[in-house]
Design a protein around this ligand. Structure first.
Ligand SMILES: [Zn+2]
Length: 58
C-alpha cells in the first residue's frame, strides 16, 4: 500500500466516521431532550412550561 493509498483510505474512513457521528448525535440528542426535559417556569424536570402544573390559570 502506497502513501497515497493510505491517505485515500484514511479520508474514506474519516468521512464514514463523520456520518456515524452525525447519526449518533442525532439519536442521542433526541433521547437527551426527551429524558432531560425541564420546565422553564418552575424549573422542575419532566414537563415543559406549556404543561406546567404551576402555570397560572387563565
Ligand atoms: Zn413546571
Amino acid at each position: 500500500m502506497t502513501l497515497d493509498d493510505k491517505i485515500t483510505r484514511a479520508k474514506e474512513l474519516i468521512s464514514k466516521r463523520e456520518e456515524i457521528d452525525a447519526e449518533l448525535s442525532t439519536l442521542l440528542a433526541g433521547n437527551v431532550s426527551k429524558r432531560l426535559i425541564r420546565c422553564s417556569l418552575c424549573n422542575a424536570e419532566g414537563h415543559t412550561a406549556r404543561t406546567c402544573p404551576q402555570k397560572p390559570a387563565e
